[in-house]
Every structure is written in structure tokens, then in C-alpha cells.
Design a protein around this ligand. Structure first.
Ligand SMILES: Nc1ncnc2c1ncn2[C@@H]1O[C@H](COP(=O)(O)OP(=O)(O)OP(=O)(O)O)[C@@H](O)[C@H]1O
Length: 263
């Protein structure tokens, strides 16, 4: 299996502080990774390196075989699908859901002047259907609920047929039903052998869909644990990561975590 992402001693330093601190990490083709860590740990910063939007201050980042600094990122970016708040903010609120997904095929965040191919429209409709958004095709993106917006962004990220799919807190802000619906859909994607390699940032182990294979835990910019989920997602590691005693349990194919009562 080839490396989809290879970070060697990567640090991102801002105002004299390492937001990501000497991280070495490799993601192989077909793996589905979860990044867990407390607020401010450096999860989004790490994802921004993986998406080629942020260059390391130190170390080397190789994405889909190309090393940042030695490659034209405009060739690399279409090969990476990114769904997160940062992407949502770049999109026009007035475009319809279908337009929002379709524009991804042309590497644009806005614009409806192009002649779109029928085949692209069919693909956009198929991805939206897969994410349960078929009833919203003509709705303006800016009027969607949080859950609907999240599902549209994932459909959009898949539109370019990426080799690497990055999801930044896809379940944040969703109610219980919305979260469970999304987890089921992500589970289906994670288990699809032809789906891209995936990296998902989350705060909650409950949001890990079945089919995710690996976990990376980060605290204050440093990696605390990285490896197969069954080995690394332990009470000990999670307690260390979040800085309080936690009990992790696996219930079927899902995970739960809770704090121990104060003694
Ligand atoms: N440009 C910047 N300059 C200085 N500090 C920054 C900059 N960008 C981010 N930070 C800080 O870096 C740290 C890591 O931020 P990051 O967004 O990667 O964390 P996170 O783990 O994604 O957090 P959260 O779970 O709260 O979203 C935070 O303390 C943040 O305030």
C-alpha cells in the first residue's frame, strides 16, 4: 500500500508557539483515520497541512506522493476533497444545493455561467442522493440547516473523485438524529472499498463510524497515540489526551466515552 500522507517531523509555528509539534505520521491508501483531541490541540492545523493549504514551518509533508514546497499545489488540490467550516464559508449562500456540488467539478466556489456537462450533473445528483439530499436540490445553500449543510459539503467534496477525503468535525452541531444519520452514511462510505482514503477530525468517540480503521490522538500539538483503532482507542490514551479520567467502551461497532465521577 502506498502512502497517501507522510509527515516527517512536521511543526507549524506561529508567534513562537508550535501549534503542531514535530509530528511524524503516515496514512496508507485505503485507511480511514480519526483525529481526536481537545479544543486547541492542533487538529484543524494538522488537517490544513494534509489539505496542502498550510505549509509546515519545519519538517516535510508529502501528500499523494508530492512533497509540499516541491509541487504546484494547484495540481494537488483537486485530488483532495475537503469538507469543513472553512470550505462552507467560501461558498456562495445564494447558490442552490445542486449548484454548490456541481461547481466543485470545475474547482470553483461560485459561478453558474459555465456550461456543465450532463454527466457532471448526474454525478452531483447521485452524490446528493447518497447523502440524503435529493429533496433539497433547488434550495439555496444559505438556507440549509447545519446537518443539511454538512451533508451537502461531503457530497461536494466527493464530486472531484478525490484520492484523499478530509472531514473537519462533520457531526458538530447536529442533533442526535442528525448525528446518527451522518454516522450511518459515513460508515457506508468508510466501508466502500473504492471510496477515497479518509481523515476525520472529531471531538467525540461517539461520532466514529464503523469502518474507520485508525486513530491519531493529539494534545498541545504533539501526537500521543497513533495506530489501529482497536489498539489505540483505550481509556488510558483518551484520558491522557483529554486530561481527565475517562472510560472508553466499545458497544458493537460504535464507541462511547464517559468521565469517572468525582471521588
Ligand atoms: N494563525 C494563528 N496564529 C496563532 N495561533 C493560532 C493560529 N491558528 C491557530 N492558532 C492556535 O493554534 C491552536 C491549535 O488550533 P487548531 O484550530 O488547530 O486546534 P483544534 O484542535 O482544531 O481546536 P478545536 O477543537 O477547538 O477546533 C489553538 O490554540 C489556536 O488558537
Amino acid at each position: 500500500m502506498s502512502d497517501v500522507l507522510e509527515l516527517q517531523d512536521v511543526s507549524v509555528v506561529r508567534e513562537g508557539r508550535a501549534l503542531v509539534d514535530q509530528v511524524s505520521w503516515s496514512v496508507k491508501e485505503g485507511e480511514r483515520w480519526v483525529i481526536l483531541g481537545p479544543n486547541g490541540a492542533g487538529k484543524t492545523t494538522l488537517l490544513n497541512v494534509a489539505s496542502s493549504y498550510l505549509f509546515p514551518t519545519k519538517g516535510t509533508a508529502t501528500i499523494l506522493g508530492d512533497t509540499l514546497g516541491k509541487v504546484d499545489v494547484f495540481d494537488l488540490r483537486p485530488r483532495i476533497g475537503m469538507a469543513g467550516i472553512a470550505m462552507a464559508e467560501k461558498l456562495s449562500k445564494r447558490q442552490t444545493v445542486l449548484q454548490t456540488v456541481l461547481t466543485a467539478a470545475y474547482g470553483m466556489t461560485a459561478g453558474w455561467q459555465e456550461e456543465y456537462e450532463d454527466v457532471d450533473e448526474q454525478r452531483a445528483r447521485a452524490f446528493l442522493d447518497r447523502l440524503g439530499m435529493s429533496d433539497f436540490l433547488d434550495r439555496r445553500f444559505g438556507t440549509l440547516s447545519e446537518g443539511e449543510r454538512k451533508r451537502t459539503l461531503i457530497a461536494r467534496a466527493l464530486m472531484t473523485d478525490p484520492e484523499l477525503l478530509l472531514l473537519d468535525e462533520p457531526a458538530a452541531g447536529l442533533d442526535l438524529g442528525g448525528r446518527e444519520d451522518l454516522v450511518r452514511r459515513l460508515g457506508r462510505l468508510a466501508r466502500d472499498p473504492i471510496a477515497p482514503s479518509m481523515i476525520m477530525v472529531t471531538h467525540h468517540v461517539e461520532e466514529i463510524a464503523p469502518g474507520f480503521t485508525h486513530v491519531l490522538m493529539i494534545r498541545q500539538g504533539k501526537v500521543l497515540a497513533a495506530g489501529p483503532i482497536e489498539l489505540e482507542l483505550t481509556s488510558r490514551n483518551l484520558s491522557h489526551c483529554f486530561g481527565l479520567p475517562l472510560v472508553v467502551e466499545q458497544a458493537g461497532e460504535r464507541w462511547t466515552a464517559r468521565g469517572l465521577p468525582l471521588g
